[in-house]
Design a protein. Structure first.
Length: 92
């Protein structure tokens, strides 16, 4: 069940900026606390504040580069099938 509500508030001056205090249920319902990372979507007539999506953990691959090239020879890598570049192709 998605709970939504509308709350009337007021944007106030805060130094050289504008501020909107997030109080009471405005903080409780989305579980915002001091330090909560948020994303703010800005449109012509609105601001939408959402909890920031946590970055996914880096994918742990089953092999590292060193393990993949261990025992690799020109024959196993089919280096014999690679063309020989001429100087012009190498920018010389």
């Amino acid at each position: 069940m998605i709970v939504t509500m509308k709350i009337e508030s007021e944007i106030k001056k805060w130094g050289n900026s504008l501020a909107l205090r997030i109080t009471g249920v405005m903080a409780d319902l989305p579980r915002f606390n001091a330090g909560t990372k948020v994303e703010v979507e800005v449109t012509k007539d609105s601001l939408i504040i959402r909890r920031a999506v946590k970055a996914r953990r880096k994918l742990k691959l089953p092999y590292n580069e060193k393990e993949l090239i261990t025992g690799l020879t020109p024959e196993k890598a089919h280096a014999d099938l690679l063309p020989t570049l001429i100087q012009r192709e190498m920018g010389l």
